[in-house]
Design a protein around this ligand. Structure first.
Ligand SMILES: Cc1ncc(COP(=O)(O)O)c(C=O)c1O
Length: 466
């Protein structure tokens, strides 16, 4: 279909679908690993899915046929749910979700149901907040590296801009006051009005939680600049090690005068492993934001039968208590397995304590310390090694050679196989420490496919919104 027949928005490439993040998925789809039918296929390590605790949810579902069968006290609630269309959501579900969010934060903060706006996942929640807080052409500052989907979720349909806050390995990719100020001034030089800062805490792709000091720095910054702060806390339940996760809502407990400008995004896609259910939320103390976002939520509601089922599940306190603890334990085991597997190949990761992935340092395996060198290595890892991992450039990393590697969407045996494949690959290049003193010397100019060059430019160049 010729692009001229489409609207500018539909034809515009700020969606980011041509990023290596999404293209890696396409390559996986063409040749997916299966232990029996396709043992040499590509192993999907580019998908932050949590499949580690499905058995806990499945056994709950088996023990609660009433909830699954849309019954309450034995009587069908089908008609009630079929007709329900109030965009404020089912009160029982909002209460259960608010309580669950508090529980994930050790009940140090209380979430009130009337400050929640339901959405079809965090994707929809983040976009809705952009529609509420920014005009087309206005900007949000985001620390790098960041979740590749944000180009689509924050910019594509809203016309808002993302300005990177450059973070580096020199301080473990922490957000500093100087980096915030630099990003802000950079935006001003581009004549962009800055409306806020958006962070993910715990971070995707770093797998780290923000310190209390970092949160205070962010809050001070948004107050000083009179802008908003959005904290995407979709991974809040995955934090498995000290220092624990601190929600921005906890950080503003004794600073109530700032609370109008702080907004939290949440979803059940990661903590409960339910991305297919499309359940997310915005939580805000700002009544105007809650009112506007609620009206906008008509475009991405959570179906009433999903709300009903999950209201029963999340109201079962014994289940949620056990689930949270057991899920974190399993994530930690899997994380440690990946870290040890990588270590056997002489590869290290940023030290992390949350998330469903590690931020892996392969700088010593690059032929050249450039993003072209990163894409060249990525292509080898996808095609020769058979692992789809996400190159740092797709997360707008400033330093070539970092990759996000997911560990919770496969069995332990598949993870072990992936580590064995990587070990063989590194050994075939002359040993793990071959490049320890810096990037490998480039022996001959690599012949990069045209698509690879296209990828690297689309990953790093941020188009103005259409
Ligand atoms: C930081 C972050 N925000 C939002 C999303 C989108 O999640 P959802 O499935 O709830 O739309 C993801 C998914 O990977 C994510 O990592």
């Amino acid at each position: 279909m010729p692009q001229m027949l489409l609207s500018r928005k539909a034809a515009c490439n700020t969606h980011g679908q041509d990023s290596s993040y999404f293209l890696g998925w396409q390559e996986y789809e063409k040749n997916p690993y299966d232990p029996r039918t396709n043992p040499t296929g590509i192993i999907q390590m580019g998908l932050a899915e949590n499949q580690l605790s499905f058995d806990l949810i499945e056994s709950w579902l088996e023990r609660h046929p009433d909830a699954v069968g849309l019954r309450r006290d034995g009587a069908l609630v089908f008609r009630e749910l079929a007709l329900f269309q109030d965009y404020h959501g089912l009160p029982a579900f909002k209460k259960a979700l608010a309580d669950f969010m508090g529980e994930l934060r050790g009940n140090k903060v209380k979430f009130e149901p009337h400050k929640l706006v339901l959405s079809a996942g965090s994707t929809s929640a983040n976009e809705t907040l952009m529609f509420c807080l920014a005009e087309p052409g206005e900007a949000f500052l985001l620390p790098t590296p960041y979740y590749p989907g944000f180009d689509r979720d924050l910019k594509w349909r809203t016309g808002a801009e993302i300005v990177p806050i450059h973070c580096s390995s020199s301080n473990g990719f922490r957000v500093t006051k100087a980096a915030l100020e630099k990003a802000y001034q950079g935006a001003r030089k581009r004549n962009l009005r800055v409306k806020g800062v958006l962070v993910t805490n715990p971070s995707n792709p770093l797998g780290t939680t923000m310190t209390r000091y970092e949160l205070d720095t962010l809050i001070d910054f948004v107050v000083a600049k009179d802008i908003h702060l959005i904290s995407d806390e979709i991974y809040s339940g995955t934090s498995f090690d000290a220092p624990g996760f601190v929600s921005v809502m906890e950080a503003i407990e004794d600073r109530q005068h700032v609370s109008d400008r702080i907004h939290v995004v949440y979803s059940l896609s990661k903590d409960l492993g339910l991305p297919g259910f499309r359940v997310g939320a915005i939580y805000s103390n700002n009544e105007a934001v809650v009112a506007a976002a609620t009206k906008m939520s008509s475009f991405g509601l959570v179906s009433s039968q999903t709300q009903y089922l999950l209201s029963v599940l999340l109201s079962d306190k014994e289940f949620t208590r056990n689930y949270i603890v057991e899920n974190q334990k399993r994530i930690k085991e899997r994380h440690d397995r990946l870290v040890q597997g990588l270590r056997r190949s002489g590869i290290s990761c940023l030290q992390s304590n949350a998330g469903l992935f590690c931020w892996v340092d392969m700088r010593h395996l690059l032929n050249s310390n450039t993003f072209e060198g990163e894409m060249e290595l990525w292509k080898k890892i996808v095609y020769q090694v058979g692992l789809n991992i996400s190159p740092g450039s797709s997360c707008h990393s400033d330093e070539p050679g970092w990759f996000r590697v997911c560990f919770a969407n496969m069995s332990a045996a598949t993870l072990d196989l992936s580590m064995q494949r990587l070990q063989d690959f590194v050994a075939s290049r002359g040993g793990p420490n071959d490049g320890a003193s810096g990037p490998r010397r480039q022996k001959k100019k690599p012949s990069l496919g045209k698509w690879i060059l296209t990828l690297s430019s689309s990953d790093r160049i941020s188009d103005r919104g259409c």
